[in-house]
Write a protein that binds this ligand. Sequence first.
Ligand code: IMP
Ligand code: MG
Length: 181
Amino acid sequence: MDKITLHGKTFRPFIKNEELEGIIDDVADRINADFAECEDVPILLCVLNGAVMFTAAVMKRLNFNVELCSIKLSSYVGTQSTGTVLMPIGLTSDVKDRRVIILEDIVDTGNTIVALKELLFSKGAKDVKICSMLMKPEVYAKPDKIDYVGKEIPNAFIVGYGLDYDELGRQFKDIYVIDAQ
Ligand code: IMP
Ligand code: MG
């Protein structure tokens, strides 16, 4: 794995695909255990665009029926959270009386995930679980529990496996961290 350059900034290798696959096996095992033999069909909610790869990877490991739904949210500009959560695409399914499992790429301040949880309950969701591939506990500032976390990482800006720097870098199968400027 070599360094990559996106919009003039360099990023170095951080989490290899093999490790990510193991992290996702783990998360999926925990979800399967909690939803084993469920009689309803929970909604798997992909937070576009970042969670696209993670959602596909988790979904193919699940051993109960799910319905896939998406929403597009964004709060980052460049390498910084703006604190304002925009919703360029709303929920693609009705969540009323349904159990929802949110799939997110990374939880940072928690603004996105908490706003989404509130939206889902306001639309009548029966239960909401949050599953995030990665989390930055140093900056997380909300009381809400993140039900399934793949891996905790330090507060650094990363790209790859769906995560972007101003829309670039999503296609890499490994994760890269920004080099000190
Ligand atoms: P939060 O609302 O501050 O928790 O930020 C979460 C959202 O910001 C995620 O859905 C990501 O899309 C994005 N984000 C947070 N940290 C990073 C990062 O290190 N790289 C790329 N995107 C990030
Ligand atoms: Mg995202």
